[in-house]
Structure formats: C-alpha cells, structure tokens
Write a protein that binds this ligand. Structure first.
Ligand SMILES: [Zn+2]
Length: 719
C-alpha cells in the first residue's frame, strides 16, 4: 500500500522497504486520556484547504496523534474485515480508502517537518514510532480475513461492473497484499517476517556505518601548502573540521557520500588528490568495525531468498515488476545499450585532459583522482565564465514569480496570490493560493527555499493534503530547497543549478496540484518511482525557454536582461562532461542491478570481487571513472531504491521525449500545457503509467532524444 499507508510516515520513520513486512509487536492501544481539543491533529483543520495548523502544532502533539491515528485506522480496518455482509467493492475497497484520516494528516506534517525543520523531540518520536508503524503496516497487510475479502472481489473483478479507475484500485490493493506476502502459508509468513526483521537491522547498521565511515575517512593535512588551489572558505572549513576532530592546527578534508569529492576540482597537489580519492573509494571496505562488505553480501543473499519465497527469480524481478520498466530485461537493455557509448565519450573527454597534462609536462596518465581537476581546466578553456557573473540575473523573487509561476501561467493559465494569513512553521516559508485561468481555486503552494541547520540537504516536494475525489479535498503541496540565505537586507542571488532545481521541484508541485482522481491511492505523485521524476524533469525545460528567460533573468539592480553570449556559454557548459556523468551513473545503476539479479543459492559472498566482476562484464570497468557509488557506501540500494537506481535515467527517457513533443508542437502554448495536464499531470496513478505517456505523446517512447541530450547519439548510431 505504497501511498495509502503514507509514504511520508514511512520516509520519516525510515526503517525498511515500504510495503514489505517487518517482525513487530502488536500496535499500541488507543490513547484515551487527552481531550480532543488539545491536539490540533485530532480535528480536521478549519483553515482554507485544510492547511496544517502550524499556529497550533507543537512537538508533543505528534506522538499521541500518530498513535491514535494508527489505532483508529486499525479499528476501521478491523470493522471492514469482520463485516458480516458479503464483500463488495464499496464495503471493502472504498471503505479501506477512507480509513486512516487522522494518521494520514498527522504523518503528512510530521514526515515533512522531520526533513524540513527537525528537532531532537521530532527525532525521538521518529525512533520511538518506527517499529510501531511497521507493526501497524504488517497488521493490515497480513490480516487473513481482510485479504480473503479483497481476494474474493479480485477473483470476480470483471463481473463487478466497475469503471476503469475502480477496477484498477481493486487490482492495486490485491497486488499490494500479495506482494507483501498475503498468499503465503502461515509458516512462510513467519519466515518472511524473520527475513524482514534481519534486513531492517542490516539496513540500519549499513547506514550507520556509511555515516561513521564518512566521518572517519576524512583526509588530514599537516601543511597548508598542500591545499593550494582550494578556495579560502574551504581552507577555513577544513581548519575548523580538523579542530572539531581534535586536530587543531591541521586541516581535515571531509568526505561526502559520492565517489567523487568536491575538493578534487581545485587541489593542485596530485598526491593529496590521490589520497582523497583513495580514502573515498575504500570507505566501508577497510576491514575496520564499519566495514560494510559482509553486510552487502548478506543483504543480497536475504533479498534473493525473500524474492524466491514470494515467487520471483530474484529481488530485481520483484522490484521491477511493479515499476514502469516492468522487467529485468527492459532495464538491462536500457543500461547496456548506453554503456559502450557513454564510456567512449568518457574516453574522449579523458583524451582532451591528457593533452593538457602532456602539454604541461605532467608525465603521468590521467587517473580518477585527476578527473575533476582537469575537467575544470577544459571547462574554463572552452566556456570561460564564472558563476558570479550569472547570479545577479537570478534574484529569487524574479526566478519564482516571473520565471516559475510565469511559465505555469503561460502553459496552464495558473494565477498565484500570496497568502500571508496562512500559518507556517518557519518565518522563511511562504504560501500562495493557486487559481485556474477562470479564477476558480486549485490549491495551496508552500515555498520553503532557504537552507537552515534544521533542514536536510537536497530539494524535494511533498503534499500536506492530497487531492481526494472521495472527500473533495484540494491539494496542499510544498517545495523545499537549500539556497543559502543572504545576510539581512541582501538580495538572494541564485546559481543556475538552483534555478533549474526550482523549476524541477515545481514540476512535482504541478503533478500534485493538477491531480484530479477519484481515489486518494492514485493522487498526484502516487506513481511508480521510475516515472515520478519525469514530469518534474520536463518542467526544467522552461528555465531556459527564451521567452521565459527574458521575463525573469534580469539584473537585480539594473533590470537589464542576461547577455545572450553569457547565456550561450552557460548552456554549452551544461553539455560538457556528459561522458563522465553518464558513465559513473550507469556503473552504479548496473552494479545495483547485478547485486539484485543474483538468484537464491548463487549469491556472491565476496561483495568486492563481485563488484569488480560485474563492472567488467558490463564494460564499465574504466578506472578513471569509478561508479558514482561503490557497494559499501551505496545507500540508495539499502533503502527504497534497491534495484531502482536506474529510475532517474528511465524517467529521463520520457522527459527527453516530452521536451521534443513540446518543441514539435510550438513550445510554450496554453493548448500544449492543457494537453500535458489533461492526459498526464491530472491522472496521478489512476492509469498505467506507460499508458499515460502514450496518451500524451501518441506513441511509445523512443530513447533517441535522450541519446542526443547526453551526447550519445553519434556513438550509438540509428538503432
Ligand atoms: Zn524530483
């Protein structure tokens, strides 16, 4: 039950794979003591659009509301299961869709605040409720009486006279139960629970090890001269990091979780670059207490065995069946079709860099540790410009209102009115009411754009209130970024990357706002993981669309438009480095698939040897471009993206195709936007995702536009 049991809660409580089972205790009994009026979650918000009562919500409200929410939903579900009336679509499936209102509205706020503005109290509630939530989910999905009703309806689904969306809902419920193990014998269910329990604890250990290894693998530098090339603020940060780690007077290069490390772009000292790269690539494999190699092998083995128990060839088969890609073969084909061309392009990029090394009399062969440093040299030679020249044209209010909102106005007729009367959880958060072209209300949009210590990294969208055709609620959605806040009174001048991200996240917001489905199960972004990034990626195209750009990219002091020559350099530079980017991504995606396509009984026990062999077999063992993540620090594959790291590229195939469609049909026009909205953005998960794409595009997707974008078309030819 991917969406109904609340992804927000699942993410916030972050234990194991959503939709699977965990060994767990019985759910907590309802809390009887607290008066209803004291907890703002206990009643439906009286604010416009049922917006969260951020004026009233306090830390102490979450746990009682989540616990009561689970208890209420359990009682609602029990009543459905034991209903003496014969099962009908209404009294079973629709009834289940209506359960959990308190849990859902609490989890939507809690889950997002845990990411956007957390505190020790919220973190404590997360830890305390993770096992209870797992137990709650198990209690529903393994309820044999309930499943018997679902199954009997599913068996006669063609005779029930259901409309398409209702029939799909029934099928979705049946699939979710079955995938969770509902068809297994009682003995197998117990085996499954034990596997899940072990997987959950292995995943926790893995992620804690990853974090500890990042923190213990930092590279200590004794002599500041070695840091030549590093910007002054990075040198200061390294001195502070060393001091914090008990090495005052030295410098500590902290690592981030990818194989590549940002300081490698700037450091002129080759020996230090090599030390940093070595430290990065060996994380989790050093034979210390944080070594993850045995865990990787153990998880792969357990997942393979669990997949076999559930009737699948391997874990990837289990995962991909429920994704747009559908099959292991389809994913393997996409990745292996692109691999040779990507590596060929990376080799071309390497040749350019080697030429510089040779011209400088370097006398060495380009290695992984040298890549970023020499790529930057090529970039500067070819596209000479500096981010600081750009930023004055990307003032945040211009970008948002005259860029992002303006594009939505041109495409969909949307209008935006700021609502300062709607309460927020932090003074930096802003709220807009969104209206249709004819002035009718559509929903609320929250923008939380600034970085702060209480916010996790990255950018994301969430829904506080999903669109729901059963209750008539309209969507309340939010976007989050981590743009550094300028000092008081200074304008916020964004990087080009931050601008693109703002358009991207608003693409997710539109997916939520336009949702027009009957059942909440299908609302907005409740689509397969390898489809959900697609509408947001499409929305990025408007960031550089000439008429949009002309409307927002104006100098914040002079009002002058961004010079075309500067813009051309930015766009050209965007294309540079695709060989490296695609190769490191494909290597990680292939590795993820290889690990999870092992079958029970044949899982490698030496994770490192397996990794080397898998990369070689895929033709992605090009040493200067290591995988973006190696097995021992590949956090995606321990969490919700196991056998799913390919999803970004899969979404990009659809994205590139859709960008082509807009261009073929006259670009930025209301009728084009309306077509995209009608066929796809409004449909959520109410139809098969590839059918939505076909409804929009008029045919199946082709991979060619993606190849062109990534510079792979010439190498691959006309296939
Ligand atoms: Zn996204």
């Amino acid at each position: 039950m991917k969406s109904k049991l609340s992804l927000a809660l699942a993410a916030a409580l972050a234990t194991a794979t959503p939709g699977l089972l965990h060994a767990a205790d019985a759910p907590a009994p309802a809390q009887a003591a607290e008066p209803v009026s004291a907890n703002p979650f206990f009643t439906v918000s009286s604010l416009p659009y049922q917006a969260p009562r951020f004026d009233l919500i306090k830390n102490e409200h979450y746990q009682p509301a989540l616990e009561r929410g689970m208890a209420e939903q359990r009682a609602e579900i029990d009543a459905i299961a034991v209903n003496p009336d014969a099962p009908t679509f209404e009294n079973t499936i629709v009834a289940m869709e209506k359960t959990g209102a308190l849990l859902n509205r609490t989890a939507a706020v809690f889950g997002n605040l845990a990411g956007a503005h957390t505190n020790p109290e919220i973190q404590k509630v997360q830890a305390a409720l993770a096992p209870k939530f797992a137990a709650h989910q198990d209690a529903i999905l393994l309820d044999g009486t309930l499943f018997a009703r679902v199954k009997s309806l599913h068996d006669q689904r063609d005779a029930l006279g259901l409309d398409d969306q209702s029939k799909r809902l029934l099928e979705r419920y049946y699939i979710d139960f079955v995938r969770a193990g509902a068809n297994l014998s009682d003995a197998d269910k117990e085996t499954l629970k034990a596997m899940n329990a072990e997987l959950a604890s292995l995943a926790t250990t893995f992620s804690q090890n990853v974090l500890k290894e990042v923190n213990t693998s930092g590279v200590l530098v004794e002599d500041v001269a070695e840091l030549d090339g590093l910007p002054a603020e990075a040198v200061t940060a390294a001195a502070e990091a060393a001091k914090a780690a008990g090495h005052e007077g030295k410098w500590l290069i902290a690592l981030q979780n990818t194989s590549g490390q940002p300081p490698l772009t700037n450091l002129t000292n080759r020996a230090l670059r090599q030390r940093i790269m070595e430290a990065s690539l060996t994380r989790g494999t050093r034979g210390n207490e944080y070594d993850n190699t045995a865990i990787v092998a153990k998880v792969a083995k357990l997942r393979a065995e669990r997949a076999r128990l559930l009737g699948y060839d391997n874990h990837a088969h289990y995962v991909l069946e429920d994704e747009t890609a559908g099959t292991v073969a389809a994913v393997n084909k996409l990745l292996s079709d692109l691999a040779p061309a990507a590596v060929a392009n990376a080799r071309k990029e390497a040749a350019e860099m080697q030429a510089i090394i040779d011209a400088e009399g370097g006398g060495f062969e380009l290695g992984a540790a040298d890549w970023a440093f020499y790529a930057e040299k090529v970039r500067q030679q070819k596209y000479a410009f500096d981010e600081s020249q750009l930023r004055p044209y990307f003032e945040i209010n211009n970008v948002l209102e005259k860029g992002v909102f303006y594009a939505a106005g041109q495409l969909f007729g949307l209008q935006f009115k700021e609502r300062k009367d709607i309460p927020v959880y932090h003074p930096d958060v802003r709220v807009w009411e969104v209206f249709e072209a004819d002035g009718s209300p559509l929903g609320l949009f929250y923008g939380d754009f600034y970085a702060r210590p209480t916010k996790r990294g990255g950018a994301w969208m969430n829904a506080y209130v999903p669109q729901n055709g059963l209750t008539g609620t309209r969507p309340v959605v939010a976007n989050h970024q981590n743009i550094p806040k300028p000092s008081e009174g200074q304008p916020t001048l964004m990087t080009f990357d931050e601008v693109t991200t703002m358009f991207h996240e608003f693409g997710h917001a539109l997916h939520g706002l336009f949702s027009d489905v009957k059942y909440p199960q299908f609302a907005g972004t409740s689509v397969p993981r390898d489809f959900v990034e697609y509408p947001s990626q499409v929305n990025e195209m408007w960031a550089t669309w000439p008429s949009i750009l002309a409307n927002y990219a104006k100098h914040h002091q002079t009002g002058e438009p961004i010079p075309q020559a500067l813009l051309d350099k930015v766009l050209a530079a965007e294309q540079y480095g695709q060989g490296h980017a695609t190769t490191e991504y494909l290597a990680a995606a292939m590795l993820d698939q290889a690990i999870h396509q092992q079958t029970a009984g044949n899982v490698a026990t030496d994770a490192l040897a397996f990794e080397a062999q898998a990369l070689k077999a895929a033709g992605l063992d090009y040493a200067p471009v290591p995988p973006r993540y190696r097995s021992a620090y590949f956090s995606h594959i321990m969490g919700g993206y196991s056998a799913g790291y390919y999803a970004y590229l899969w979404s990009e195939v659809l994205d590139a195709e859709s960008v082509e469609w807009f261009k073929e049909n006259g670009g930025l026009k209301r009728e084009n936007g309306d077509h995209f909205r009608r066929t796809l953005l409004s449909q959520g998960g109410s139809k098969d995702a590839m059918q939505l794409f076909r409804d929009f595009r008029g045919r199946d997707p082709e991979v060619r536009p993606l190849l062109v974008r990534r510079g792979l078309d010439e190498a691959i030819g006309d296939e």
